[in-house]
Design a binder for this molecule. Structure first.
Ligand SMILES: C[S@@+](CC[C@H](N)C(=O)[O-])C[C@H]1O[C@@H](n2cnc3c(N)ncnc32)[C@H](O)[C@@H]1O
Length: 238
């Protein structure tokens, strides 16, 4: 069976809801980019999956809406919201068009580990720019493109080190790891492609961070020490 985000949605939701140090870390480093108070503001969570970021924001009292093209992911997000209401809302939509989202209706767009899944980054950034208010912000995480290259692996003998695959070959690839989320496939792009696309689509880069894995991630995956698994970018609609 060829996996997709929809076919692995049950597995993904179960993994996050039973506690995943890496996903909690990726959520926290993204939320750290947002001001602690966003009273009266509207946030769109692009590629929300089962809603880990959407619900965390809504629980802060922020008006937060999540979209994802996977109906099964959205069903999980809505079920989690039903069981423990935070105020978050969800619809099925494609981040490359954001057809359900009104123009200039969002003060912030968050995208946790999702822009590395959209097939057309320029289309997604055009859509994000359209839905943002003037001066609005995009904050997103992606797997660090320099280290999480297609088919990157680990050495088998100590000291365990990351073995980087082909950084310069961009495009869709699928992990062979049956326990990895990237078996659903994802789009590899170089760091310069992301930065150039942001600038070319009318965004001004505010910050770029490469957070060190926290103690919980290191406890779960000691070999992760010393490398940032994710990169966090914050850009404003120029
Ligand atoms: C690694 S999951 C991240 C989900 C969630 N943001 C999180 O942090 O757990 C990647 C998500 O990107 C979504 N995705 C794939 N293609 C997309 C697209 N064209 N537009 C928006 N999201 C997309 C997938 O359905 C999936 O839910």
């Amino acid at each position: 069976m060829t996996e997709s985000w929809d076919t692995i949605a049950d597995w993904y939701a179960e993994r996050l809801q039973s506690g995943s140090a890496m996903h909690d870390f990726s959520r926290d480093i993204l939320l750290d980019r947002l001001p602690p108070r966003l009273d009266g503001q509207h946030v769109l969570d692009l590629g929300c999956g089962e809603g880990i970021i959407t619900r965390a924001l809504a629980a802060r009292g922020v008006s937060t809406h999540g979209i994802d093209p996977s109906p099964r992911m959205i069903a999980h997000a809505q079920e989690a919201e039903r069981l423990e209401p935070s105020g978050a809302t969800f619809t099925v939509d494609d981040g490359c068009t954001l057809a359900t989202i009104a123009t200039a209706s969002m003060d912030w767009v968050t995208a946790g580990l999702s822009l590395n899944n959209v097939p057309d980054l320029n289309a997604a950034l055009t859509a994000v720019r359209r839905v943002l208010t003037p001066g609005g912000s995009l904050a997103f995480t992606i797997p660090h493109p320099c280290f999480e290259t297609p088919h990157a692996t680990w050495t088998e003998t100590a000291p365990v080190r990351r073995v980087i695959g082909d950084y310069l070959t961009e495009g869709f690839w699928r992990s062979a790891n049956p326990e990895g989320a990237r078996r659903a496939g994802n789009q590899h792009r170089t760091l310069s492609t992301y930065l150039t696309a942001l600038i070319g689509n009318g965004f001004a880069l505010k910050t770029i961070d490469e957070p060190a894995p926290d103690a919980t991630v290191i406890a779960a995956q000691p070999h992760r020490a010393g490398l940032p698994p994710f990169i966090v970018l914050h850009a404003c609609r120029a």
